[in-house]
Design a binder for this molecule. Structure first.
Ligand SMILES: [Zn+2]
Length: 262
């Protein structure tokens, strides 16, 4: 059993993440369930360029499309709606969409770089109050840019102890050490393996416990064979020899089942 806790659909700029890539790669690589957010929820492009004038998506339409995909693939896909705190912000309409979509919704997703807002910004608070009320976990992209610092995820997790937070990438483009220490210091903060060197993943599990890390990949960001990346080959292969059977099962699905109520 494998759950991929960090997957996307959507075509945007250099990203071509067609829905069929998700389903096809899940079948070929033995992935049972994917937690997915639509990249069409971006608020700014690469290098923070504005979106094209004819950009057809907003917070509602991006997520409605993703939820429809989950309904079509019932039992295989859960949605983490991509939040747009800088554009629309938290709206009644957004809350209604989540309520109406019931079991297809598994959490919320923030991308501080593509929103140009740190997760500590006041615009995030209404989303977090809602997440706390509904018992939804929150995934946050983390990296070394000014908006996506791992310590911002730590701060917001510390301020909201009733919400589980996943620090996606454990600090992309870093040696992951700061992220590992931050994740280890709060009970409601977790890491994932998306573009994380397996040595770092192992370090987090050994130091702070196997319950702290979730398997995630950004599939299909590198195309239909994203799972063939050397990191993911290790996690899906020899990593099972690096840890106990029980710990490996937690990494590959047990933690996601517990945190996202799958
Ligand atoms: Zn991602």
């Amino acid at each position: 059993m494998i759950i991929d806790s960090h997957v996307h659909i959507g075509v945007f700029g250099r990203y071509d993440m067609k829905p069929e890539y998700v389903i096809d790669s899940m079948e070929r690589y033995g992935i049972d369930y994917s937690l997915l957010s639509p990249i069409t929820g971006v608020e700014f492009g690469q290098e923070h360029t504005p979106l094209p004038d004819d950009w057809p998506y907003d917070q509602q339409t991006a997520n409605i499309e993703a939820i429809a995909f989950a309904r079509e693939n019932d039992g295989k896909i859960g949605i983490l709606p991509w939040c747009r705190p800088n554009a629309e912000g938290f709206t009644d309409e957004f809350a209604r969409l989540i309520d109406e979509s019931g079991r297809y919704i598994k959490g919320l997703k923030f991308h501080p770089y593509h929103s140009m807002l740190p997760v500590t910004a006041p615009q995030i608070e209404p989303y977090l109050s809602f997440a706390a009320e509904k018992g939804l976990p929150v995934e946050v992209h983390s990296s070394n840019d000014e908006f996506s610092q791992p310590r911002f995820v730590y701060e917001v997790a510390k301020a909201h102890p009733s919400i589980n937070f996943i620090m996606v990438h454990m600090g992309l483009i870093t040696d992951n050490n700061e992220a590992i220490e931050l994740i280890g210091s709060l009970p409601n903060l977790y890491g994932d393996t998306t573009w994380v060197n397996p040595e770092s993943g192992l370090k987090l599990m050994k130091k702070y416990g196997a319950h702290k890390l979730l398997f995630g990949t950004d599939n299909p960001i590198d195309g239909p064979d994203t799972y063939a990346h050397p990191f993911y080959k290790v996690y899906m292969g020899e990593f099972r020899e690096w840890v106990s059977h029980d710990d490996y099962e937690l990494l590959m699905h047990g933690n996601a089942e517990r945190i996202f109520d799958i």
